[in-house]
Structure formats: structure tokens, C-alpha cells
Design a protein around this ligand. Sequence first.
Ligand code: SAH
Length: 343
Amino acid sequence: MNNIYDYTKEELEDYFLKIGESKFRADQVFNWLYIKRVKKFDDMTNLKKDLIKYLNENFNLNDLKILNKQSDIDVKKYLFELHDGNKIEAVLMNHDYGNSLCVSTQVGCNMGCYFCESGRLKKLRNLSTFELVLQVLKVEEDIKQRISHVVLMGIGEPFDNYDNVMRFINIINDPKGINIGIRHITISTCGIVPKIKKFMNEKTGVNLAISLHAPNDDVRNKIMPINKVYKIEDIIKAVKEYIKVTNRRVTFEYILLKDVNDTENCARELINLLKGINCYVNLIPYNETSHNEYKKSPKVTIDRFYDILKEGNINVTIRREFGSKVSAACGQLRSEQITRKEN
Ligand code: SAH
């Protein structure tokens, strides 16, 4: 059976037309689902009885179960259980500009970045559109506040679940629904070049972030297996094309790993690599995990790296650290839970 949260408004309109209903039913259903937030077709009281019966027989309204919550001052982490028993997580961050939710896109991840906890658990499957949408709905319901920003930076590679991710963006951006501004949505990718190009032509207005993490192939090969497929040169070429077509600035994420990619030479190489590109660099203090050897760069090293980039006229910020107490780094909550079970 189909899930109603899988449908964009346009898809619902087509669906209703096909079954001989008026297109306007899509507006009504969207309003019940995303404005009034009812959880039963029976509560959609302005629909005809026949149609409610039809919807009950043909659609699911699956909910996500919140298994566990952990809170810190400015961060709240959710562990969800999916209908098949798999678990995913989402992280809510309170910024001064609003609530930002980091959503997962897959159960596990196949990219296998050595520093990342998510990849410890291989991809079992893609999340469906409704499982993406419900992460937003459940968290809003829990905090009784609006989520203003969504980042696709949780477990999984969004460009490895492309169609569902695009549909999700369409749904949460719909002005007659959850209405999250398109410029308040960010997709983060480890650099799947063909998908960067595909995404560029959709001209969505969504922000693009690239997990670069290294200034050259030697360093990147050591930490990100995907670099064997798409080299830094390919990524940079694709990003330049992306900027030309979309006229949007791109973010490069750069996790600072002690003695791996945090040297002054790396900083200088990064300047050369990014010179003239309309971008900014987000330096990410590494969130250590017990499952690998990588260490967080000391604060002085992070500051030095930052200063060198600044002097080289690169727009650069250091990511504020959220919730290291609640193991908020990608995949850590789910991974911990699974490790506990294995022991
Ligand atoms: N697959 C996508 C999105 C998920 S990862 C991507 O690679 O961009 C989201 C971001 O968190 C990436 O930049 C990733 O490299 C980073 N990340 C993963 N583990 C981390 C950790 N332990 N500490 C800090 N950042 C981490």
C-alpha cells in the first residue's frame, strides 16, 4: 500500500484526477496532513465519506516511533524506529536563527568514510520519502515548535537516494504544507559527481555542501574511499559548472583530523584549490568516536588553519560544536545502540 506522505502535491493532484476526483482534493489533504496534522483519514472532515473510505483502503499513514531522545542545552537527538524495525536518527539544533533539523537519508551508508560512524553500518536500504517527511513532522510535534531549517547531513548519502530526497524537498518546501524555505534546506554530499550535475539542472535553489575534507587526492584517498571514483579535480570541475548554472555559492565542509589534514600546508593547498570559486569553507571540529583512531585537531591548530584560509581570502567559518555530550556526530546514537545489543 502507498504511503500518503510519499506524495508531492502535484503527484496527489494527478492521482485524484486519475480516480475521477477534483484536483482540489490534493490541497485539502495537504492541509489536513501538514497544517492541521491529523493522523487519520477519518478526521479529514471536509472530504466525502466515500473518499475517506477510498483513502483508508488505499493509503497508509505510517507513523515513526521515537525510540529514544537525548538532550543537551542546544541540541536534541532522536532515535526513530522504522516499520521494519530498522533504526535511524535525526538531530535538532537550536540556532539563534531558528530550529535546524539534520535528517538521515538511508539506513546505514555505503560511502565508508573512515572517520565516520555511519559507515560502520553498511547501507541496508534507502529511506522512503515518507520516512524523510515524518522525521520533520515527528520532531515538530515533539518540540511543539516549527523547524525552520533542514540539513540532509544525517546518516546516508542523499545523492545515493536521489529521487526520494528530491520528492522530500518538494514536500517540505510546499507553501501549502510544512513550508520550509528552499534556501533553508541544505544537501550535503561526499561528491557523487554525476548527481551534482543532475542536481544543478533541477535549479531547486537548495544549498549544496560538499564534504571535501582534503586539499588533494593523496590525503582524500586515505580518508574517503569515494575519492577513488570521483577525484578532487572532477568535484571541483562539477562545482564550477554548478555555480555557473545556478549562480549559487557552494559550501565545502572540512573536518579537521589531527595530523591527517590539518597542517599549514594543507591549508595553503586548499587556498590554491578553491581560489576564485564562489564558495565558503566550513571547518568542522571532529567529533571523536571510540571506533577509530582519528583525533580532533587541537584548538590552536583549528584556529591556525582558519587564519591561513582567511589570509588567503577564503570565506571561512568554524562550525559551532553541538551536543558532543549526546554523541551527536553522524550515526553515533544508532551505532551505540547497535553495539550495545551486539555485546
Ligand atoms: N553523505 C553526506 C551526508 C552525511 S555526512 C556527506 O558526506 O556529506 C554529514 C557530514 O558530517 C559530512 O561532512 C561528514 O563528513 C561529517 N561527519 C561524519 N562524521 C563526523 C564526525 N565524527 N565528526 C564531525 N563530522 C562528521
